[in-house]
Design a protein around this ligand. Structure first.
Ligand SMILES: NC(=O)C1=CN([C@@H]2O[C@H](COP(=O)(O)OP(=O)(O)OC[C@H]3O[C@@H](n4cnc5c(N)ncnc54)[C@H](OP(=O)(O)O)[C@@H]3O)[C@@H](O)[C@H]2O)C=CC1
Ligand SMILES: O=C(O)CCC(=O)C(=O)O
Ligand SMILES: [Mg+2]
Length: 422
């Protein structure tokens, strides 16, 4: 019998008791190692911040290999129902086989619970080894659409009756002539909707305004995928202009002024908007964006993008501030209040059970969770502990191999060091 109380959503706001029950999924591969270390740090931070007045009551829920081995199901309905009931959860990584087998359980959870925003902050901790000269210039928050795009999993394999039917339909009824090798093509579908795009961009803009961020950049490949990724860009500007009015200035507005009054007037309008502290909503094509985050990261702040772009961008940006070992995230539905916190990285199978990898990503996902609950004091303690531990050069293998004079410690020992530094 688990003691504790449920978190509730009342009139759109989270009501967090002092002893909230928080379901967790331990995860596959390195999941058990990082969860063991991170959960101890989270508990210690809460204890230190509130001296027993607040306490998390963990409730394990099953998914992935553990669920399959115990009850023969990869993602039990009970797990989804429990997260729905308890509102907030945290999870370790889950394995997805490549080229066949089950579809991603991570994606399934996001879709089942309609956790439409994958929020991944990317910030630098002093002392972390990085491949770029000024890693501190990278300070961005990715808002990745989490329920649509090719992650909808609508695809058919080469040679199947289904793919033959789809190709026949495309050729005979839709007049499609440019499937280069129809006999040997697999086909996938990319749904991108106005609702899905708008709710994601809306969340990104609200976040940017509430956090005093300077810009939201819509990242897309709308030059090639005109109606899907191009639609995302257009709907993004629409939501910015129609719903946030005077609080924003968009590059769409810039273009309109430029067309009517010339470039000088458009530049002046943007400069005035910036001087007034308005949020700049701009867009960039995804390929050049991947260059510019390296060459001029200071120009980017909050990023709003679709599912696949967001997946690539998350790992690329994580590298700039020290890698996937220190890359947290959250999957959030801002309308229902449901949120599942999880690291950006996967199961890192070659390190499973070695007590080796960096637990910081799942720990910092927990730190995001504490902030989400309004437990800022405990969250601040964790940030301080990460800063101090890295400054003392006590680090896991991923940082140690790139640092001079570092003491390499195990995953669990890094957890111990963090607790000492709380
Ligand atoms: N949300 C989720 O649950 C996710 C699940 N996955 C799944 O995970 C599985 C493995 O995916 P893969 O592509 O190998 O990606 P992973 O992120 O699991 O691992 C790739 C590499 O990243 C580094 N890494 C990962 N985690 C850590 C950590 N905690 N500390 C330090 N370094 C770390 C390691 O680098 P190095 O080798 O340099 O030491 C590792 O070999 C797949 O089944 C995939 O589908 C993937 C992403 C997210
Ligand atoms: O579901 C998976 O296996 C991969 C997910 C992923 O890469 C991500 O969420 O960033
Ligand atoms: Mg990924």
């Amino acid at each position: 019998m688990v003691e504790g109380e449920k978190i509730r959503v009342v009139n759109g706001a989270l009501q967090v008791p002092d002893n909230p029950i928080i379901p967790f999924i331990i995860g596959d591969g390195t999941g058990p190692d990082i969860w063991a270390a991170a959960s101890r740090v989270l508990e210690a931070a809460v204890e230190r911040a509130y001296q027993g007045k607040k306490k998390i009551v963990w409730k394990e829920i099953l998914a992935g290999e553990k669920a399959f081995n115990l009850i023969g199901q990869w993602l039990p309905q009970e797990t989804i129902d429990t997260i729905r009931e308890y509102v907030i959860a945290i999870k370790g990584p889950l394995t997805t086989p490549i080229g066949g087998g089950i579809r991603s359980l991570n994606v399934a959870l996001r879709q089942e619970l309609d956790l439409y925003a994958c929020v991944r902050p990317v910030r630098y901790f002093k002392g972390v080894p990085s491949p770029v000269k000024r890693p501190e210039d990278t300070d961005m928050v990715i808002f990745r659409e989490n329920t649509e795009d090719i992650y909808a999993g609508i695809e058919w394999p080469k040679g199947s009756e289904e793919v033959k039917k789809v190709i026949r339909f495309l050729k005979d009824e839709m007049g499609v002539k440019n499937i280069r090798f129809p006999e040997t093509s697999a086909i996938g579908i990319k749904p991108i909707s106005e609702e899905g795009s708008k709710r994601l961009v809306r969340a990104a803009i609200r976040y940017a305004l509430s956090e005093g961020r300077k810009s939201v950049t819509l990242v897309h490949k709308g030059n090639i995928m005109k109606f899907t990724e191009g639609g995302f860009k257009n709907w993004g500007y629409e939501v910015a202009e129609q719903e946030f009015g005077d609080h924003v200035f968009t590059w769409n507005q810039y273009d309109e002024i430029k067309e009517r009054k010339g470039e000088k007037a458009a530049n002046e309008a943007q400069a005035e908007a910036e001087a007034q502290g308005k949020l700049i909503v701009k867009d960039v094509i995804a390929d050049i964006f991947l260059q510019q985050i390296l060459t001029r990261p200071r120009e980017f702040d909050v990023i709003a993008t679709m599912n696949l772009n967001g997946d690539y961008i998350s790992d690329a940006l994580a590298a700039q501030v020290g890698g996937i070992g220190i890359a947290p995230g959250a999957n959030i539905n801002y309308d229902t209040g449901h949120a599942v916190f999880e690291a950006t990285h996967g199961t890192a199978p070659k390190y499973a059970g070695l007590d080796k990898v960096n637990p910081s990503s799942v720990l910092l996902s927990g730190e995001m969770m504490l902030r989400h609950l309004g437990w800022h004091e405990a969250a601040d303690l964790i940030i301080g502990a990460v800063e101090r531990t890295i400054a003392s050069k006590i680090v896991t293998y991923d940082f140690a191999r790139l640092m001079e004079g570092a003491t390499e410690v195990k995953c669990s020992e890094f957890g111990d060091a963090l607790i000492q530094n709380l």
